[in-house]
Design a binder for this molecule. Structure first.
Ligand code: GTP
Ligand code: MG
Length: 198
């Protein structure tokens, strides 16, 4: 629908939003394509920092899937990082109560200091969120449980549900992620103006 590069372009039409965020190159765009079963919908790339705008995809005319630019790619200039922070701050403060945040962390790399910082920032915004461990196909089965436990510890999420292991290559985790998204959409509809609560 829209590829927003400034906060003035953010959509404000009262539909729930599911936003995907994470380190640059973590696999956000690939996950969105796999989830929606549409290869090439969100542009993917081997070059980190490919997605630089807030991209809105309207799904079933009922909710937006939002591909956010990644954070923390090494070559980003200070100016770019500042721009990212401002864009994200503007985004997360728009339509606050109807967003589900899906925070992607690379299962093989584990949580980096920037992921931890981002998690703290998101927690401070008080948004509902889910953590997804991406590229799980790169982690041998014998190391998965240990990896997910370490991720949980690093991100300090004892109360939160465990990270959803996901692979855009094998499709693992697609079903579990849909379950989380569907539950969020059901609750956000209960709070929509059509059902009375303004
Ligand atoms: P930016 O838009 O730059 O922030 O990156 P992104 O997070 O959208 O990552 P993107 O989906 O473009 O993927 C980055 C690279 O990781 C690409 O080379 C993908 O093919 C690869 N990749 C993404 N998901 C997976 C996965 O589940 N498994 C494996 N093995 N590779 C993946
Ligand atoms: Mg991307």
């Amino acid at each position: 629908m829209v590829s927003a590069v400034t906060s003035r372009q953010f959509l404000r039409d009262d539909l729930p939003e599911v936003a995907f965020v994470g380190r640059s190159n973590v696999g956000k765009s690939s996950l969105i394509n796999r989830l929606l079963g549409r290869q090439g919908l969100a542009r993917t790339s081997r070059t980190p920092g490919r997605t630089q705008a807030v991209n809105y995809f309207l799904i079933d005319r009922r909710w937006y899937c939002v591909d956010l630019p990644g954070y923390g790619f090494a070559k980003a200039a200070r100016q770019d990082r500042q721009r990212w922070a401002e864009l994200m701050d503007g985004y997360f403060r728009t339509q606050g109560e109807k967003k589900l945040l899906i925070h992607l962390v690379d299962a093989k790399v584990g949580a980096t200091p920037l992921d931890v910082e981002a998690r703290q920032y998101f927690a401070g915004l008080g948004l509902e969120s889910l953590v997804v461990a991406t590229k799980i196909d790169k982690v041998p089965r014998s190391r998965r449980v240990r990896g997910l436990v370490a991720l949980r510890q690093a991100l300090a999420m004892p109360e939160a549900p465990e990270a959803v292991p996901f692979s855009a290559v094998s499709g693992e985790g697609v079903k579990e992620l849909w379950t989380g998204i569907t539950a969020f959409l059901a609750t956000s509809r209960e709070g929509s103006p059509e059902t009375g609560k303004q």
